[in-house]
Design a protein around this ligand. Structure first.
Ligand SMILES: Nc1ncnc2c1ncn2[C@@H]1O[C@H](COP(=O)(O)OP(=O)(O)OP(=O)(O)O)[C@@H](O)[C@H]1O
Ligand SMILES: [Mg+2]
Length: 238
């Protein structure tokens, strides 16, 4: 029997395909500032999808750190680092100008993940960046990001595209399990994993890791529903 191990593999889910379409649409309006919005519950693959896209296209990805809450200077410095500005200036205005200059020289989409953790004025900072550099800026976050953006009229009027990430589907879990572990998972087993996870891929992954241990313990290459329920239960009880 072959050894079952977890091998991280990117799966092109429906959310991923919708995201690719969204980016094609955003890029079609080249030459002007515009915003995009990607939102959905935790674990639906937003960050992973954006990072995957950014790795295959010229783009900048920045994940917001909670510690920047009161410091847009830190935020701008981190953005500059992602733009490969080796020695960002000290003053906020100068750092901002440097980031804009970089983007004008080499236009590319900017992804900002988890901006909803920041005070609201950060949205205007992002809008300024998009307007002045004339590049798409895509904000990624959980549900509250939508109202956060809608409440700022200038921001909302520039939001050309929005995409809600849906729960992973049972058929995608079948694919995910076979691509990452080689374990054969029937649609019924996938449904057990789906129901326990609410469509959160992080939880599916956690349960799959348990499932391959249980399958290995029993010496089987195909998990049945009983084994899946045991894995899910073990996941919940720790
Ligand atoms: N398309 C995919 N293919 C394979 N694995 C994926 C995919 N999308 C997500 N995952 C797995 O699910 C985990 C959670 O995904 P991710 O961090 O992107 O969720 P998120 O929607 O950004 O959640 P949060 O709102 O908590 O930040 C990833 O670390 C990765 O292991
Ligand atoms: Mg995320």
């Amino acid at each position: 029997m072959k050894k079952l191990v977890f091998k991280p593999t990117f799966v092109k889910t429906k959310n991923v395909r919708s995201f690719e379409e969204m980016m094609d649409g955003l890029r079609a309006a080249d030459g002007e500032g515009r915003l995009g919005l990607v939102w959905g519950r935790a674990g639906r693959g937003k960050t992973r999808t954006v990072q995957w896209w950014a790795a295959h296209n010229l783009a900048v990805y920045l994940r917001v750190a909670t510690v920047w809450r009161t410091a847009e200077g830190d935020f701008l410095r981190a953005l500059c680092r992602e733009l490969k500005v080796l020695d960002p200036p000290a003053r906020k205005g100068a750092i901002f100008a440097e980031a804009v200059q970089r983007l004008l020289e080499e236009p590319r989409p900017v992804f900002i993940d988890e901006l909803e953790k920041m005070p609201r004025y950060f949205l205007d900072l992002v809008r300024d960046l998009s307007d002045m550099a004339a590049v798409p800026v895509v904000l990624i976050g959980e549900e509250e990001l939508v109202s956060y953006m809608k409440q700022n009229r200038r921001v909302w009027s520039r939001t050309f595209r929005q995409l809600q990430f849906e729960p992973i589907a049972a058929s995608e879990i079948v694919l995910y399990a076979s691509d990452t572990t080689g374990l054969k998972v029937s649609p019924a087993v996938a449904k057990v994993l789906l129901d326990a996870s609410g469509g959160d891929i992080r939880i599916v992954k956690r349960d799959l890791l348990r499932l391959i241990d249980l399958a290995a313990g029993k010496g089987v290459e195909e998990a049945d529903e009983t084994l899946a329920r045991m894995a899910v239960k073990a996941g919940l009880t720790g």
